[in-house]
Each structure stands twice: as C-alpha cells, then as structure tokens.
Design a protein around this ligand. Structure first.
Ligand code: ZN
Length: 386
C-alpha cells in the first residue's frame, strides 16, 4: 500500500490538493486528509509535488524499427528504463516499415516481457504493408483472442514506402478491424502512418465518405510532419477525426518544415480543434536520419519516449498550453481513443499509474500498476538487462 499525502493533483483536470491511496495496483481512494495507519504502508510526502496520470505512449517501435538504410540500421528494442525515465507507464507497440524481419510473434512477446517488468503494454497487428501479416493469420482472430492486440497499424498511406493500398483493400481491413473491435470490446482502431505525399489524408476521407465506417475508426499519425499535412489534419479533426502528433524529431526535420509537436498542440487548439481529439506519441525506437551542417548523411538517431515527456513540458513552458490540456494528449485521450478503460486518469478503481512532478515539471516519482518504479528521480526497478 502507498499513501501520497497532500499532493496537487491533475486527473488530468485540476482537483486541488489530495491524498492518494494505492493498493492492489489500483487507486483505492482520492480524497482530503486520509488518515490511515497500517504496517507496511509506504507514505510519500507530496508537499511541493504535482501528481499526474502515468503517460501513455501510443506509437512505439518496441521491438526496434528502421532498417531503411540496410540491416545495420535496424534500431534496438526499447528497455524498461527508456519508458520509466520518461514517465511512460503504458506503451502501444507497432512494427513499422519492415514487416518481414520483424514479426507479430516477437512484437507480442516483447509486450509480454514489458508487462512482466511492471508496465502496461499493448500492440497493433500488422506493419506498413497490406495485406497485413497477423499473428493468427486473421486480423479478426488477432483482436478477439490475443489480449495485447488492440487494433491494427501502423498502416502506411501517402508514402513512397507504403504498399500503395487500394480503396478496396483499405476499406476491407477497416471493416474487419472495426467489427473485431466491437466483438472483443476493444478499440479496433487503425493507426495510420501518413507520409509526405500530396495525397495526405485523402485515402481515409474517401472511405469515410463512401462507406459506413466512421472517421473515429482511425488514428492517423505524423500529422505534424509538414505544414501542408498539418493544415489538412486540422480540417480532418474539425470533421470529427482524431489526430496524432509525433514527438521524436531532429533539428533537420524542423528546419525542413515539420511543425514541432508542442507547437502543433497550441496551433490546433487555436484553430478550434477540441483537445480530446489530439494525441501525442513518440514514434520511439524509430529511426531518424541525421545530417551534418552541410547536409551530408551522418547516420541515424533513434526516436525516444523521452521526446513525449519533453513535448509535454515544452507545450506548457514555451507555448503556454495549460497543464490539463497538455496532459490530456498523453493520458486521457489515448486511453479513451484506444479504449484502455483502466488507464489515463487518477480516479478510484483505475490502475495506479502515476507520475509525481516537482515545481519545474521534472519527474521525481513514477508508479506503474501500483508499484514504485522511480523514486526521487532514481530508477529503483531495473529492467531485466539493465
Ligand atoms: Zn510511422
């Protein structure tokens, strides 16, 4: 049992100073002045700290990704410490460009491993390519019978690396994913990778306009990758769609026209997009090409979950986004959209996933499923190979 006393709490809405009682991996009570004594009760003095829900990173290449510059450019798997140091207590894994040497079996196994280490992990079925490579040879069976699989993705469209899916292929996959989601009480979301081509979101809009599939069946990502797609994304959100901004970036990407994620939140809100339609994800462990000052390719950097936390902080500190709104994009919104019903809020009966921040928004404590993973900015639960 853990009792956090007198802590300023954002659930993500601000609810003032509270005492938070955690037991059995859940929030048991959220109230004022809880006076409990119990042998073995761990008490944390929350004075001067701010409690927020554990972060949800909804698009991470947990198995590693990349490989777009040959085999040596395949990026490494995520480690527990990559998540915990960034306050991430829930991750959604995906494969990416290379669905040949990266397989669903390994993706699900990696998610199970992260769960054994104490955090929560889910995955999308498939990779960039259609028809998708599933675990059970049937996307519907994947969703119905594999606990960790909550949707399909990341499917690439409007990108030279996509499999150029036809309207029929994409709408059939959307229909199967939707129906499987309904049958399994999961989100059945299609996480869609958007590339740089002018087609942008049109393949999705075409399905929404010509079938019964609702716009909310899709969570398109990398919407901030260029100014044109960002503008299109704003219009798409105004029609009721969700939009996801990617936080891992490089100076070169920004110089080439990417709208950095914290600024994208600010601009989207100003354009009238409702905050509950916006999510951030890191694209962690994905590959990011790096260039020197004269533009020569110098190698690859790797995306990080830390970029998710940094974008959250920058949105508040630099772009004056409220802490509630910035939090929603990495907690309650992904939980709602992905139907992770025990996640995303500090609320009685939900999973006790929690981050305690100091005055400067630095991470001091991370609690995942009721277990302290980081204390006073020191990792106390190590990953298996760390
Ligand atoms: Zn992608």
């Amino acid at each position: 049992m853990i009792l956090i006393k007198n802590v300023k709490t954002f659930k993500p809405e601000a609810i003032g100073k509270k005492d938070l009682l955690i037991a059995g991996g859940k929030f048991i009570d959220v109230d004022e002045q809880l006076d409990i004594s119990y042998s073995g009760l761990k008490i944390i003095d929350g004075t001067g700290l701010t409690a927020v829900p554990g972060f949800i990173d909804s698009h991470v290449h947990i198995l590693g990704g990349g490989g777009e510059g040959g085999f040596k450019t395949r990026t490494p798997e995520i480690k527990l410490s990559n998540m915990i140091s960034a306050g991430v207590t829930t991750v959604v894994g995906c494969i990416g460009t290379d669905g040949i040497s990266r397989r669903m079996e390994s993706l699900v196994a990696k998610a199970k491993g992260l769960k054994e280490e104490g955090v929560s992990a889910y995955v999308y079925s498939g990779s960039y390519r259609l028809p998708i490579a599933t675990l059970t040879n049937d996307v519907m069976k994947d969703l119905l019978f594999i606990e960790e699989i909550i949707g399909v993705g990341e499917i690439a469209i409007s990108d030279h690396r996509s499999s150029q899916p036809s309207f029929e292929e994409l709408s059939k996959l959307s229909a199967d994913t939707r129906t499987a989601g309904i049958l399994s009480n999961k989100a059945g979301i299609l996480n869609v990778h958007l590339g740089d081509s002018d087609k942008g979101l049109k393949p999705i809009i075409e399905i929404v306009n010509n079938t019964e599939i609702p716009i909310t069946q899709y969570l398109p990502t990398h919407i901030n990758r260029n100014e044109q797609l960002f503008k299109e994304g704003i219009e798409y959100a105004k029609k009721g769609g969700y939009i996801d901004f990617t936080t891992s970036t490089t100076k070169q990407f920004i110089d080439a026209g990417e709208v950095e994620a914290p600024l994208a939140i600010k601009k989207a809100i100003e354009s009238g997009v409702k905050i509950n339609q916006i999510t951030l994800s890191s694209d962690g462990q994905g590959s990011l090409p790096a260039f020197d000052s004269t533009g020569n390719f110098t190698g690859l950097a790797v995306g990080t979950s830390m970029s998710l936390y940094n974008a959250f902080k920058k949105a508040i500190k630099v772009y004056d986004v409220s802490i509630e709104e910035a939090l929603m994009t990495i907690t309650k919104n992904p939980a709602d959209i992905l139907k992770l019903t025990n996640k995303g809020e500090i609320k009685v009966n939900l999973d006790a996933d929690l981050v305690l921040l100091d005055d400067e928004l630095n991470i001091q404590y991370v609690i995942a499923n009721g277990k302290i993973m980081m204390e006073k900015n020191i990792m106390i639960q190590k990953g298996t190979f760390e």
